[in-house]
Structures are given as C-alpha cells and as structure tokens.
Design a protein around this ligand. Structure first.
Ligand SMILES: NC(=O)c1ccc[n+]([C@@H]2O[C@H](COP(=O)([O-])OP(=O)(O)OC[C@H]3O[C@@H](n4cnc5c(N)ncnc54)[C@H](OP(=O)(O)O)[C@@H]3O)[C@@H](O)[C@H]2O)c1
Length: 334
C-alpha cells in the first residue's frame, strides 16, 4: 500500500499524519506533496523522515494506491488527472468535486457504499460542518424522515487553515500587549468577536458555506431534506459547534432520540443538564466522535426536535473521515 498526502504542511495535512499513525493505517510507503513553499521540508512519520516534494504535472503518482488531497479546490482540479491516471484513488478534502454527479460524496457512518461507484477515481470528503451534522442526523432519520433542518454553526478559526489559527492566537497576544491586532485571514478581528460570514455570499443571501450544508446533506443522505444554515466564525481554536433544529414526519421523543444517538456509530451523547454536562469545543479538540447534547423537543413545533453538536472539524470533519473512507475501501477489497 502506497499512500500520498497532498498539502502535507497544512492544518488538514498535518492531521493526516497523526490520524494515519494513530489508526495504524496499513501502508508500506508514504509520499508527501506541497507547493514550492513547503517543498524540501521534512516531517517525521513512524520514526522515518519524509521530505515534501513539490506537486508537479507528471507521473509522480504512479504506483500510489490512495492519495489524500487537502490543498484547496484549485489545486485539486488542476492535478486530479495527474493523481488518478495511474489508478490511485483520490480522496479529496476540497470543494472541487463534491457536487459532481460522477463523484461520490461520502461519510462512512452514513453512506459508505457510495464510495464503491467512483468512475473518475475520485471520492469527495464533504464540508466539515456537513460531516458532523449528517453523522448526528442519520440515527434520527432512521426514526422518522427529517423534512427540514435549521442549523446555526459556531466555527473554529482553524476551519480556515493553519495560518488562520495562528492569526487568532496572535491577535489575543497582541491585544494583551497593547498592540494593534493583525487582520489578514478573516475580514475582521476575530479575537473577542463573532463574524457571521464563512466563505463568500451567493445571490440568495446565503454564503457558499451555508449552501454547501444544504446541497451536500441532501446528496449524502439521499434525501429531499431542506436545510437552512447560518454559519458564524467564532474565536475558538479547534472543533466546530452547531445548534440544530429538525422537523420530522412524525414527532420523536427525547427518549427515543437519545437511545438512537447512543446506538449510533460515531456519536457520543454528553447530555446531563443537572451536572452541567454538554459538549464544548475546548474539551473535544483532537477527539474522533461527533458529540451531541442539549437534547430536547422543540417547543415551537410539535414535530420539532433540537440538539447541540460538537466535533473536531480537522479530525472527523476532514482527515479522519477521509481515512475512514480509505479503511472502508480496504475492507471491501479483502
Ligand atoms: N481546516 C479545516 O478545518 C478543513 C476542514 C475540511 C476541509 N478542509 C479543506 O482542506 C483543504 C486544506 O485546508 P487546510 O485548512 O489544511 O489549509 P492550510 O492549512 O492553509 O494548508 C493548505 C495546504 O495546501 C498546500 N497547497 C496550496 N497550494 C498548493 C499547490 N499549488 N500545490 C501543492 N500544495 C498546495 C499548502 O502547501 P504549502 O505550504 O507548500 O503552500 C498547504 O499544505 C482546503 O481545501 C480546505 O477547504 C479544511
């Protein structure tokens, strides 16, 4: 098994190195790629130094079985042919191919089997906010069809990449030292602030991030569900949080929803109001599961249900989900 990571120096790329090691992913060789900025940098993997190669057009992916790509949509589009032409499966973290009809969009807990049909050799990893939401929605959908979702997200700085995480940490340091905070990665200062915009606006007043939650949820769940999202960048460092309201075909009770969450693959319930127990991003960074809490009926709608959901978006929302897809491919091959 020969594996490649494209975008190795990035927030997601670095997480790939950790997740592949942590899960003891079977491989004989690992190749790392980046732009000219990180080419030549060395990263340690399982005690071995691996030098980042510059991503170029050509035959560098000959013999590669699985390529995990996380270097932005433009890079994925430009290099997809080079990556896949010798048979490598490209598991792509960018938005480049997610909505293409001939590219499966996969969250293993929800629609693993879709990964089997990949005519272009590409499998897309969904947007991080969508991944954690559909993992939590799946067990509820089994109870009663979900007709509508309203979701408000609270997205960590690291969702915008490694440099954005550094910018937030730096802003707090600068403010404490009485300096003017540097603002480059976000439209405004994020420290001590909330920014109700993630990605650019589209014609209907929603942002691209919000429309991704609508379209991708429907594709992954094979559902006609309507999703209305409002995405907010918040000054947490890592792990996205989401307040989710759903409307189901028949009313579902707190007890049956809790039991469904508890039995669901990849979901952990943290919900004990008396003990002030609920999921929080500060404590869940670096963890695998999707955590749910604040589980209750929606008092404004007899068929409504509401909960809070937190997951590490670099891990389950990106690297871990992609590695789970690769593990599924290995499992069905053997
Ligand atoms: N951060 C998240 O929470 C998250 C979650 C899900 C999906 N994603 C997606 O994953 C991708 C990477 O995100 P990130 O947060 O890891 O960003 P990041 O920290 O900014 O890293 C970007 C990576 O892309 C590489 N890169 C950029 N241009 C390249 C090129 N022309 N050729 C080769 N490599 C190139 C960079 O390499 P150099 O250092 O060499 O330039 C770097 O390794 C994006 O598509 C993003 O939307 C991110």
């Amino acid at each position: 098994m020969k594996v490649a990571i494209v975008g190795a120096s990035g927030a997601v790329g670095q997480e790939f190195l950790r997740v592949l090691d942590e899960r003891n992913f079977p491989m004989d060789e690992l190749l790392l790629f980046g732009s000219s900025r990180s080419a030549g940098t060395t990263y340690k993997f399982r005690g071995k130094d691996i030098v980042v190669k510059e991503l170029k057009h050509g035959d560098d992916f000959k013999g590669v079985d699985i390529a995990f790509t996380s270097a932005g949509a433009g890079t994925s589009k430009e290099f997809a042919e080079d990556i896949t032409k010798h048979g490598a499966v490209m598991i792509d973290n960018s938005s480049a191919f997610r909505m293409d009809a001939d590219v499966p969009l996969v969250v293993p807990e929800v629609n693993a089997a879709d990964a089997q049909n990949r005519p272009r050799g590409i499998i897309a990893n969904p947007n991080c906010t969508t991944i954690q939401m559909v993992v939590a929605l799946k067990p509820l959908e089994k109870l009663s069809h979900i007709k509508r979702v309203h979701v408000s997200t609270y997205q960590a700085a690291s969702g915008a990449g490694a440099a954005a995480m550094d910018e937030l940490a730096n802003q707090y340091r600068q403010i404490v030292n009485g300096e003017k905070p540097t603002v480059e990665k976000f439209a405004y200062q994020l420290a001590y602030n909330l920014i109700p915009q993630v990605d650019v606006f589209t014609d209907n007043g929603y942002t691209k991030e919000e429309m991704k939650m609508h379209h991708e949820t429907r594709k992954i769940m094979h559902s006609d569900v309507e999703v209305s999202a409002l995405c907010v960048r918040v000054p947490s460092l890592r792990a996205h949080s989401e307040a989710i309201w759903i409307e189901t075909e028949r009313p579902i009770s707190v007890e049956e929803a809790r039991a469904a969450f508890e039995a669901a693959e990849g979901v952990v319930v943290q919900d004990n109001p008396e003990k002030k127990e609920y999921p929080m991003p500060l404590f869940l960074a670096g963890k695998d599961p999707v955590y749910v809490g604040r589980i209750r009926k929606d008092i404004s709608n007899p068929n409504g249900f509401s909960f809070w959901c937190v997951s590490d978006q670099i891990k389950k929302g990106a690297a871990l989900n992609a590695v789970q897809i690769a593990e599924y491919l290995i499992k069905i091959k053997n």
